[in-house]
Design a protein around this ligand. Structure first.
Ligand code: GLN
Length: 312
């Protein structure tokens, strides 16, 4: 457990939001054509304490698609449903210095390096499809909604747009089945993954989802038991070491929080046992991470002393 924050969280959030609001570098993702329709300069921040206090600044209620921020939550679900052994047999926990959509398996194991890159997340979708069949996506949607304390709906325009252009992810799914990671039809598996990525959230929803991880799996707003203790521990570990793809080591040093970004503009960060943060800012840096989202997490970590190894 932690000591008190250096200053009231809400003040820090307002100051960081005001300071970063004028930053307009980066571009909205357009490789999924429907994402390009997002107004680029929206900016929302939200935080939920593990005692259930919710704070919001700016465009914290504007909907966008969760994209890769879904990956840690899908991983936690798979750990809960299938157990650590089965999941670890299919996906590693090894950081990899490659972009998110790299078509590559760990040469030692012929498994994806970790569940935060696309290959690992598609492997998780494959495990869920093998186990649940047509119930895979509804189960994901229900569990992520429980974590958010709200019903997360599918954005079908974004889903259809990604399905129409997502050959790279389909290639990954075929590679994974060839390597024996799952048995289900790769086209079906990748569609579960595309649907998971096209769930609509807000920064507020992300803060509640992150707060659920911070509170070791129970939603601080609703009291729902969402994820088991062991699933949360493994999930936070891979978020800490692998959450930022090629920038993961830099992030661990600078910000020192388990976190995950998505190309829809979302970022979650977790202060273990204390706080969940959700940020929405659609302009992405060269690596595909929301630029102000990262800066906001960095500033809050710095100003409030949230770094996992903060000692001041
Ligand atoms: N659905 C997106 C993709 O697979 C998610 C990528 C991301 O958010 N980094 O390309």
């Amino acid at each position: 457990t932690r000591t008190k924050l250096r200053m009231p969280l809400h003040h820090a959030m307002q100051a960081v939001h005001a300071r970063l609001l004028p930053r307009h570098e980066g571009q909205v993702a357009s490789y999924i054509p429907a994402l390009a329709a997002m107004p680029p300069d929206l900016f929302g921040l939200a935080a939920l304490s593990s005692t259930g206090k919710l704070m919001e600044v700016g465009d914290s209620r504007h909907p966008f698609t969760i994209q890769s921020v879904s990956k840690p939550f899908a991983y936690a679900l798979a750990l809960d449903l299938l157990g650590r052994r089965a999941v670890r047999d299919a996906v590693g926990v090894q950081p990899v210095g490659d972009p998110f959509n790299t078509i590559e398996l760990d040469p030692r194991t012929r498994r994806p390096f970790n569940p935060m890159v696309n290959a690992g997340a598609i492997a998780v979708a494959g495990l869920l499809t093998d186990a649940l069949g047509d119930r895979a996506f509804p189960t994901l949607q229900a569990r992520l909604s429980l974590a958010a304390g709200a019903t997360l709906e599918l954005d079908s325009a974004v889903h259809d747009s990604e399905a129409a252009t997502g050959d790279r992810n389909r290639a990954i799914a075929y590679l994974l089945r060839a390597a024996g990671v799952f048995r289900a039809d790769p086209v079906r598996v990748v569609d579960v993954y595309f649907r998971q990525c096209a769930l609509r959230v807000t920064a507020r929803d992300l803060a509640v989802m992150a707060g659920t991880l911070a509170a070791i799996g129970s939603n601080p707003l609703t009291g729902a038991e969402v994820f088991g203790v062991e699933a949360v521990r493994d999930t936070l570990s891979v978020m800490f070491t692998c959450g930022f793809y090629d920038g993961a080591g830099d992030w661990a040093c600078r910000v020192g929080l388990p976190a995950k970004s998505g190309v829809g503009g979302g970022v979650v960060a977790v202060v273990n046992r204390q706080l969940g943060l959700g940020v929405f800012s659609p302009r992405l840096d060269a690596e595909g991470n929301p630029l102000r989202g990262l800066l906001a997490c960095e500033a809050l970590s710095e100003e409030l002393g949230l770094h996992a190894f903060d000692a001041t």
